[in-house]
Design a binder for this molecule. Sequence first.
Ligand code: IFM
Length: 434
Amino acid sequence: MASAGKDPHSNISAKGLSGEGYEGHYFWDTEIYMLPLFTLSSPAIAKNLLRFRYEILGASRDRAREMGHKIGAKIPWRTISGRECSGFFPAGSAQYHINADVAYAYIQYFLFTADIDMMLEFGYEVIYETARLWIDMGHFNEDDAFMINAVTGPDEYTAIVNNNYYTNVLAAYHLKWAYDLAEKLATAYPDKWERIKEKIHIMADELAIMKKASEQMYLPFDKALGINLQDDGFKNKAEWDFAGTPKNHHPLLLHYHPLTIYRYKVLKQADTVLAYLLLDNESDEVIETSYTYYERLTTHDSSLSPCVYGMMASRINQTEKAYNYFMQTIRLDLDNLHDNTKDGLHIANAGGAYMSIIYGFGGLRIKSDGLHLKPTKPAEWETIRFRLKYKDSLVTVTIGEQLTIETEKPINFIIDGSPIQVDGTIHMVYHGKH
Ligand code: IFM
């Protein structure tokens, strides 16, 4: 809260205002790990943080041209004023997923607040310009599947790959929203739509390609393992010798050359598992099998990782494991677990601690059909209680012996998969009780 920029020119740096680590730069940390707190509880601050990406849209267009893209905008991997400040492109500019991360945060904010003015004023422009880049950099292969090559996903120990699952699945979501919102805005706000369309030269055939690319996005899946592969080449990499790696050789990036690390099946942080958290798009079986596969390979050398594995442990009903990851998350800076708290607090991890309660134990997912909840409660706790400001009205969720939801007006929930409208107060049993 203290570190969040309160004007459209400032944002939240990786260390907030607590230290000089990462030189005060803003990353995707804001959209994926920090914005949920603001979107769910202080939408005015959230809107301002979103607006920042609009303020730097011109610089992002320039960056796209500099990188050889004919059209669209490329959000810088790390920046303050809008210019790309990353000095190491394999784990920097190659992280194209930031374009979809920003769009994802805009869409989550919109679904939660119903703030259509944000979309009309600046949101759609950012979503469309960043979506254009996928069309410019991707292509339909011989089987007409849309491929996105030469990118780095969230896991910075696996660089410059073809078809990173996280990137592709978020790009598909991003493109679908760019297309669907165009239809919605053109019908409901024809005058304002005409202005947006003219301003950024939106073309009907471009929208049609976006729709096709979204529907035909290639998502790596390995039938034998029953998992989504992190990318096309992941399975063929060598096994990292975890047992033979001394404890004091972590984080690996400080002890091994990047090229050594890139040759192995070893993850710095959640990648495919993070996509499941954001999109909740695969079957329970695939999610659980993938989780087990990737957890074994993940070092959590990035502080952005334990909270994600914790939230997804709740999702697959491993509540004790979720609780252990939660404790790691909240103790990270209190106990200096990464031995670098002197450089500043890990603010994405702090956002992740908040998310661990709401998205992890509460099981919240914000979707077009309403608010999904799938509560699980660690045995160590008696009650979890949190409040959200959904479409301008207060929602109170209490997870104890029973699940209690209080609302100020009728709201559609999907609890443990079953739709229910709450208008006032309801008490009900829930499945994840321990
Ligand atoms: O954005 C993160 C990245 O995912 C992992 N390294 C640190 C960055 C800043 O927190």
